[in-house]
Design a protein around this ligand. Structure first.
Ligand code: 5GP
Length: 122
C-alpha cells in the first residue's frame, strides 16, 4: 500500500481540515478525536508520511521516532494523564480496524479503561 497524501490526517496537518489541537511541534501534532471513545481521547500523529505503526517503526529516521514519542509523552503530561494512568494504542492494519492510513497513536484516559481486550475474544 502506498501513502495517500490526501488522507484526512495529512489534510489536518496541512490545515485544510480543522482540528481541536492539543499540542504541536516539528515532529508531531496532537488533537482530540472527533468521536471520543473515552472521556479523554487524543490522537498523536507524526508530521511525516507514514502509513502505520509498522511503517513508521520500520522506516522513520531515529530523530523522527524519538521526536514523535517524546511529543506523545508531552501530550500526556500536558493533559495530566500520568497520575491516574492512560492507554496508548496504535491500530495497525485490517484486523485492528485501522481506518486512517496515516500513523496515529490513540491516548485514552479519564476513567477506568477496563481490560485490554474484551473477554471472550481471547
Ligand atoms: P483508527 O481506527 O484508524 O485507529 O482510528 C482513526 C480515528 O480517527 C478514529 O477514532 C476516528 O474517530 C478519528 N477521526 C477520523 N476522522 C477524523 C477527523 O476528521 N478529525 C478527528 N479529530 N478525528 C478523526
Amino acid at each position: 500500500m502506498t501513502y495517500d497524501p490526501n488522507n484526512i490526517f495529512a489534510r489536518i496537518i496541512r490545515g485544510e481540515i480543522p482540528c481541536n489541537k492539543v499540542y504541536e511541534d516539528e515532529y508531531a501534532l496532537a488533537f482530540h478525536d472527533i468521536a471520543p471513545q473515552a472521556p479523554v481521547h487524543v490522537l498523536v500523529i507524526p508530521k511525516g508520511e507514514y502509513l502505520s505503526f509498522d511503517d513508521f517503526s520500520k522506516s522513520a529516521p531515529a530523530e523522527a521516532m524519538a521526536g514523535f514519542y517524546r511529543a506523545a509523552q508531552k501530550v500526556a503530561e500536558q493533559l495530566g494523564l500520568q497520575e491516574k494512568g492512560y492507554r496508548a494504542l496504535a491500530n495497525t492494519g485490517a484486523d485492528a480496524h485501522q481506518e486512517v492510513m496515516h500513523y496515529h497513536l490513540h491516548l485514552f484516559a479519564g476513567c477506568d479503561l477496563g481490560s485490554m481486550i474484551k473477554k471472550g475474544l481471547v
